[in-house]
Design a protein around this ligand. Structure first.
Ligand SMILES: C[S@@+](CC[C@H](N)C(=O)[O-])C[C@H]1O[C@@H](n2cnc3c(N)ncnc32)[C@H](O)[C@@H]1O
Length: 295
């Protein structure tokens, strides 16, 4: 199965199915810090919930998810560095597909490799090989139909990989933006399950402003308190703890650590995380907490 949700910083893509498997069923699944909606995506596939409420104060990841579920075409056109910076705050597809490390802030490709990446991108998406030839990138012309994006990407990138021994590795690791497009395209399979009708209009509010219907399960993937959240809006943790305790619907919170006297671990998983740059693998404990006040 393809990764769940939209490519997103701090995505729960790897854990989403396990989280959903551990939660009780209800009428509504409410994802208050939805980000790229990996957990809502798993919830929609699970058949445990009838309706879905998604909210995020940023709104770009949730917008891409919603538009994919609605069946909109996912844009494959090249976005330059300047276009990225002009549009990253207002065009959610640009921010999600064209940012480095999914940070929605830095351009995906380094200045040195940009022209090679552009040449390969248009070979895949426009069947135009002139820039590859100008840059001496050997590439086998591909006669697969233009709508077979994944197959075209695989055929063209592997022909480049095989025939350009002198090209640096970072140039051979090509077309990352198109990999993101394919991941978003995978969300469109939800259309077959009548998902759009079951999804409430997206909200872009502070979590505390979202109205929660009775018979809901509330999931909160908050910015972790002990982690540099880089780019997320900070939350006031004490107010959040108070809010959790006031809720009538069961609340489940993803965190590394919460105050023992107020919250207890409901479920726990060990995950592997590669530390950036060094390639070192760390084992991280991911906890799902519930407020003690809720039982
Ligand atoms: C860890 S990410 C969520 C990732 C998501 N579960 C996924 O799988 O893609 C945390 C999210 O909380 C959002 N956020 C931060 N403060 C918020 C607030 N006060 N209300 C609602 N969302 C908030 C951020 O914009 C960010 O998208």
């Amino acid at each position: 199965m393809k990764a769940l949700g939209v490519p997103y910083k701090g995505s729960k893509a790897k854990l989403a199915k396990k989280i959903i498997d551990s939660l009780p069923p209800a009428e509504y699944f409410v994802d208050l810090f939805a980000g790229g909606c990996a957990v809502t995506h798993a919830a929609m596939l699970s058949q445990k919930y009838k309706r879905f409420i998604i909210n995020d104060i940023d709104g770009r990841g949730t917008d891409v998810f919603y538009r994919a579920v609605r069946g909109e075409r996912i844009p494959t056109e090249w976005v330059s560095r300047d276009e990225f910076h002009e549009r990253k705050m207002t065009d959610s597809f640009t921010a999600v597909i064209w940012s480095f490390g999914n940070d929605m802030d830095t351009y995906i490709y380094g200045a040195k490799t940009e022209s090679a990446k552009h040449a390969i991108h248009i070979a895949i998406t426009e069947n135009d090989y002139t820039e590859c030839e100008d840059l001496n990138i050997a590439v086998k012309h591909c006669d697969l139909p233009m709508n077979k994006l994944f197959e075209r990407r695989m055929a063209i990138t592997s022909s480049i990989f095989e025939s350009n021994n002198s090209l640096p590795m970072h140039t051979k690791q090509v077309a990352q933006a198109l990999e993101r497009v394919e991941r978003i395209q995978a969300i469109q399979q939800l259309q077959e399950s009548d998902a759009l009708r079951r999804l409430e209009p997206i909200q872009q509010l502070d979590y505390s402003k979202v109205e929660i219907p009775s018979n809901s399960i509330v999931y909160c993937d908050i910015p972790y308190r002990d982690t540099n959240t880089g780019g997320y809006q900070p939350i006031d943790y004490e107010s959040f703890y108070d809010w959790c305790e006031r809720q009538k619907s069961p609340v489940f919170i993803s965190e590394h650590e919460m105050p023992d006297e107020r919250f207890k671990v409901y479920k726990s998983w060990q995950t592997h995380q590669t530390s950036s740059g060094k390639g070192k693998i760390n084992i991280v404990t991911e906890n799902l907490y519930i407020p003690k006040a809720q039982g």
